[in-house]
Design a protein around this ligand. Structure first.
Ligand code: NAI
Ligand code: MG
Length: 535
C-alpha cells in the first residue's frame, strides 16, 4: 500500500498563503518614506521613488489597510457534552473555560468530562452501534455527504469560530482547515458503499466503538480526519477535542443533528488529559485513534498494550526540508516559509529542520530574512494576517524556552519581522536559527512554533544521513530540479510523507502518518480505511 506520496495532490486550496506581492488597491501607507515623488505623469521627469529608511526597498512602505473579518459568531456562555444526540450539562467534573488566545478573553465555559461522562458516552455509542452498522451503506454515505455539504454551508461561521478559539489566521481556517474538513467527509462518503472494492474478496466489518482524541492545532480538521472514516466504515465514536479548542467540534455536533445523524453515533466529551485517559482506559472502547504529542502517545500505547484495543497514533515530528543547489531558489524559499510558519508552526509535519546545500546557504538565508520581514504577525481575524496567535500561554512559554536554549547552546537567532507584536494575547515573532549543530536541542526536539533550525550539507548522502538522524519520521521536503534525485531521496528518507518541490499539501485521498516515534497507522486514503475495519 502506498504510504508515501511522491507527488502532492492539490486539495481545494488557495494560492500560497502569502505571496511576496502586494495588493494594488486599498493600501495604506505606513513606515518611513525617505525619498518621495519627484515627477508627474506625462512629464519627462523620472517616475516617483519611495524607499524605506532601513531596508532601502519598497518593502514596508506600503501596507494593507486592516481587513477585519466582519461575521459575528454566536457563542453560548456554556456548553455541555454531546451524548446520545443531545447536549448534557456538566456533571460532577464541573467546568473549565476556553479562551481566545489572541485577546486572552474567555469565550465559553465547557464541561470537564469525568470517567462517568465517558462511561455515558461509551454506553450511548454501544447502543447506537447495531443499527448504525446495519444501515445500508449507501444511507451512511448519504448522511456523510449531507454533513460535508452542511460544513460548506456553515463554512464562514466555522472558520471564524476556529480562529477565535485557537488563534490561527482567518485566511488559513477559511481556505485550509474548513474546506479540507468538508473534503474528508465528501471523500469518505464516497467509500461508504464501496468498501468491498477496497478489500477485494474480504468482508469488511466495523471495529465497534472508536475512542478518538485530537489536538489543538487543526481542531475541526482533526475531528473530520477521525470521524469521517470511522463513520463510513459503520463504527460509532466517542471524540474528545483538545481543551483549548473544543468549540468547532461542538458546532459539528449541531451539524450532525441538523443532518439527522442518529443519536449516539457520535458522542463528544470535552475535557483535558484525564478525560482522554478515561476514554483510553474504558473497556467498552474497541479502537483508539490519537493525534498529539509523542509523550502522551507513548502513555496511550502502554495503556492499551495489554488489551485487544486497536490503536493508531499520529504523533510529533521534526521534519527535514532539504534544498539542493540545483533547486529553484525562490520557489524553495516560499516552500520553507510555508513549511514552518503555516499555522504558527503548530503543525506536526512542519519543516522545522532546514538542510541547505552549502554553496547556496548564504543566498537562501538572505532571501529567507527578506521574506520573514514581509510576514504580517498579529490579529488572527484580520484577513491579511500571515501568522496569528500561539495557541496557549503554555505553548508560548515552551517556544520561548526553546529560543533561550537555542541561543545558550550557540546558535544565532534571526528575527527579521517588522510587525510589532500585539500587547495582549500570545504572540511569537517568526524566526530562524543559523549556526545550528545536529546535537543542538533545537535541532532535535519538536518546538511546535514558528522556529526554524537552518543547517547545511555538501552531498546528497550527507543530506540523507542528517535528515534521517532523528527519532521522528513524519514528513520531509526535497527541493531539486533533478527527477532522479527526487526519486532517490523520496525512497531513502524515513518519513511517512515526502513532498517534492512543495510542502504542506494535504488531500483526503492521500494517506498521512509516521515512521519511528512519529507513530503508526495511516489516516486518509484507502490506507486510512484499514484501521476502521475488521476483515
Ligand atoms: P497533548 O499530546 O498533551 O494533547 C493532545 C490531546 O491529548 C489533547 O486532546 C489532550 O487533552 C489529550 N491528552 C493529554 N494527556 C492525555 C492522556 N494521558 N491520555 C489521553 N489523552 C490525553 O499535547 P499538548 O500538551 O497540548 O502539547 C504539548 C506538545 O505536544 C506540543 O508542544 C507539541 O510539541 C506536541 N503536540 C504535537 C501535536 C501533533 O500533532 N504532533 C499536537 C499537539 C501537541
Ligand atoms: Mg480556546
Amino acid at each position: 500500500m502506498a504510504t508515501r506520496s511522491t507527488r502532492s495532490t492539490k486539495p481545494s486550496r488557495p494560492a500560497p498563503r502569502t505571496s511576496g506581492g502586494r495588493e494594488t488597491g486599498g493600501g495604506r501607507a505606513t513606515g518611513k518614506i525617505v525619498a518621495a515623488a519627484n515627477g508627474h505623469a506625462g512629464s519627462a521627469k523620472p517616475a516617483p521613488k519611495f524607499k524605506h529608511a532601513e531596508t532601502g526597498t519598497l518593502e514596508g512602505v506600503w501596507d494593507y489597510a486592516p481587513a477585519p473579518e466582519t461575521v459575528k459568531v454566536k457563542i453560548d456562555a456554556q456548553y455541555g457534552h454531546y451524548i446520545d444526540g443531545r447536549f448534557r450539562p456538566a456533571s460532577k467534573g464541573g467546568t473549565f473555560v476556553t479562551i481566545n488566545p489572541a485577546t486572552e478573553q474567555p469565550l465559553a465555559k465547557l464541561a470537564l468530562g469525568t470517567a462517568e461522562d465517558v462511561d455515558a458516552a461509551v454506553a450511548s455509542a454501544q447502543r447506537a452501534l447495531p443499527a448504525w452498522s446495519a444501515l445500508p451503506a449507501s444511507e451512511r454515505g448519504k448522511l456523510l455527504f449531507r454533513i460535508a455539504r452542511r460544513i460548506q454551508e456553515r463554512a464562514r461561521e466555522l472558520a471564524v469560530l476556529e480562529t477565535i478559539d485557537g488563534g490561527k489566521p482567518i485566511k488559513e481556517s477559511r481556505d485550509v482547515d474548513i474546506p479540507l474538513a468538508a473534503q474528508h467527509f465528501f471523500y469518505h462518503a464516497g467509500w461508504a458503499d464501496k468498501l468491498q472494492y477496497v478489500f477485494p474478496g474480504r468482508t469488511p466489518r466495523p471495529v465497534g466503538v472508536c475512542g478518538q482524541i485530537i489536538p489543538w492545532n487543526f481542531p475541526l480538521l482533526m475531528a473530520a480526519w477521525k470521524l469521517a472514516p470511522a463513520l463510513a466504515c459503520g463504527n460509532t465514536c466517542v471524540l474528545k477535542p483538545a481543551e483549548t479548542t473544543s468549540l468547532t467540534a461542538l458546532r459539528l455536533a449541531e451539524i450532525f443533528d441538523e443532518c439527522g445523524l442518529p443519536p449516539g453515533v457520535v458522542n463528544i466529551v470535552t475535557g483535558a488529559g484525564e478525560t482522554g485517559a478515561a476514554i483510553v482506559n474504558h473497556p467498552g472502547i474497541n479502537k483508539i485513534a490519537f493525534t498529539g504529542s509523542t509523550e502522551v502517545g507513548k502513555k496511550i500505547a502502554m495503556a492499551v498494550a495489554a488489551t485487544d484495543k486497536k490503536l493508531t497514533l499520529e504523533l510529533g515530528g521534526k521534519s527535514a526540508n532539504i534544498v539542493f543547489d540545483d533547486a529553484s531558489i525562490d520557489q524553495a524559499v516560499e516552500g520553507i516559509i510555508e513549511g514552518i510558519y503555516f499555522n504558527q508552526g503548530h503543525v506536526c509535519c512542519a519543516g522545522s529542520r532546514l538542510f541547505v546545500q552549502e554553496g547556496i546557504a548564504a543566498e537562501v538565508t538572505r532571501k529567507l530574512k527578506v521574506r520573514l520581514a514581509s510576514l504580517r504577525v498579529g490579529d488572527p481575524l484580520d484577513k491579511n494576517t500571515d501568522v496569528g496567535a500561539i495557541n496557549s500561554r503554555e505553548q508560548l512559554s515552551k517556544i520561548e524556552g526553546y529560543l533561550r536554549i537555542g541561543q545558550s547552546e550557540g546558535a544565532t537567532l534571526c528575527q527579521a519581522g517588522r510587525s510589532p507584536l500585539p500587547k495582549t494575547g500570545y504572540y511569537c515573532q517568526p524566526c530562524f536559527f543559523t549556526g545550528v549543530q545536529p546535537s543542538h536541542t533545537i535541532a532535535r526536539e519538536e518546538i511546535f512554533g514558528p522556529v526554524l533550525a537552518v543547517m547545511t550539507f555538501r552531498t546528497p548522502e550527507e543530506a540523507l544521513l542528517r535528515a534521517n538522524n532523528s527519532p521522528y519520521g513524519l514528513a520531509a521536503g526535497v527541493w531539486t530540479d533533478k527527477g532522479s534525485k527526487i526519486l532517490e531521496m523520496a525512497r531513502k528518507l524515513e518519513a511517512g510523507v515526502v513532498w517534492l518541490n512543495t510542502y504542506n499539501k494535504f488531500d483526503a485521498a492521500s494517506p498521512f502518518g509516521g515512521f519511528k516515534e512519529s507513530g503508526f497507522g495511516r489516516e486518509g486514503g484507502v490506507a486510512g480505511l484499514r484501521s476502521y475495519v475488521e476483515l
